[in-house]
Design a protein around this ligand. Structure first.
Ligand code: PLP
Length: 392
């Protein structure tokens, strides 16, 4: 008889959580069902619908019976368009055979961590961080080492990163623009991070989900910096740039030996992305014009409205340089971010995400998305004002 009990899951799941955001969303759904009007700042979706030209390309693929197995790394037309995009727009020297189409940003990150990380190896992760990142690391048996982003920026990136370095450090996970803070590392900071990585012979997994949502300076892909391509796995998604969250489409660029392992991970999991969806992705990359730029202008207006409004109410909110989230301090309430988020939802019908969901460094903050209608932002701020007048 086996000494291992049969009715338990694999050890690598012992540290893997379920997103608290889902719990909050379920609560909001229940409140809406009960007839409450909620100011929904908790989301993480672009506000527009997917452009028609992308939907038409998918429909056309169906009409033309482009519905059969494709190569599991992607249809050649899309791979070649992506290589072109990465070279021209991101300055990443990506080759077609060093690319793979995946089912969204999450899937790309999953495959990337699976491909390189061994149990007990350590990953440096700037914190607050997008919550699933830590779970994706845990699922490999790897360990997350959190690096406080604000502290690192204030006291020196190299010095702070070095203080977290051990014999087991294998890679650095970078996300710029960041969710939930909206922080975008500038060129000087990127070069400093790249130098640190090279000095200590680390790998980088770069999450570039919000590459098209930078307000102050252009997005920098770390793989484009000198000598970085060979040690970087770059993960992209169509979700935020083209309002395609539900399509589940993304791509990963990595040199050998990593790309082969990533391809194996995809081959033996989804065996590729649905063929019509890939034709839609090709239209997004090659035919959509102006969409990203128009949205950026809209987001900027909504960001200014929300962030200025929060500061006027005494919340102390830095102006985010990227993505579509504001991350104000709620320290003036003298309560945890979970308590304040629960109070706001119950008493003012304002839905936000507690900062502690994004790691201990997020405690004392709430995440507000401004990818919602201008009217909702204004009405939500008015509700917040009366809440504050009663509370503080
Ligand atoms: C920082 C970050 N990375 C990656 C993703 C994954 O996006 P998707 O799986 O929808 O492509 C998200 C989604 O919210 C995100 O916020």
């Amino acid at each position: 008889m086996s000494a291992v009990p049969s009715f338990c899951v694999a050890d690598r799941f012992s540290d893997v959580g379920f997103s608290e955001i889902v719990v909050i969303r379920n609560k909001i759904l229940a409140m809406k069902k009960d007839g409450h009007q909620i100011f929904q700042f908790e989301g993480g979706e672009p506000f527009p619908n997917t452009p028609q030209i992308i939907k038409d390309a998918c429909l056309q693929a169906l009409v033309e019976n482009k519905t059969r197995y494709a190569a599991s790394s992607g249809i050649p037309e899309l791979l070649s368009a992506l290589a072109n995009k990465l070279n021209k727009k991101n300055n990443i020297p990506a080759e077609v055979n060093h690319l793979i189409v995946v089912a969204g940003g999450m899937h790309g990150l999953f495959a990337a961590f699976q491909a390189v990380l061994n149990p007990n190896e350590e990953v440096l992760l700037f914190s607050p961080y997008w919550t699933p990142t830590k779970d994706l690391i845990s699922m490999t048996g790897g360990k997350t080492v959190l690096v406080n982003t604000l502290k690192a920026r204030a006291e020196g990136l190299t010095k702070t990163l070095k203080s977290h370095l051990t014999q087991k450090t294998r890679l650095l996970c970078l996300s710029s623009p960041q969710n939930p803070t909206g922080i975008v590392f500038n060129q000087e900071e990127m070069l400093e991070i790249a130098d640190f990585v090279k000095t200590h012979n680390l790998l980088v997994i770069s999450d570039e989900a919000y590459e098209d949502l930078c307000y102050d300076h252009p997005h920098i892909s770390i793989a484009s910096l000198p000598d970085m391509y060979k040690r970087t796995i770059s993960c992209f998604t169509f979700s935020k740039s083209y309002a395609m969250t539900g399509w589940r489409l993304g791509y990963v660029s990595a040199p050998e030996p990593f790309i082969t392992a990533i391809k194996q991970s995809i081959l033996y999991s989804t065996n590729g992305v649905s063929t019509p969806t890939q034709w839609a992705g090709l239209a997004a990359i090659t035919q959509v014009t102006g969409f990203v730029e128009e949205n950026l202008a809209e987001y900027r207006q909504r960001r200014n409205l929300l962030v200025n409004g929060l500061n006027e109410l005494g919340f102390d909110c830095a102006m985010p340089s990227g993505a579509f989230y504001a991350f104000p301090s709620i320290k003036k309430f003298g309560k945890t971010s979970r308590e304040v988020a629960a109070m706001l939802l119950a008493e003012a019908k304002i839905a936000t995400i507690p900062g502690s969901v994004f790691g201990p460094e997020g405690e004392g903050y709430l995440r507000f998305s401004y990818s919602i209608p201008v009217e909702t932002i204004s009405a939500g701020l008015a509700a917040l004002k009366s809440f504050c007048e009663k509370r503080v």
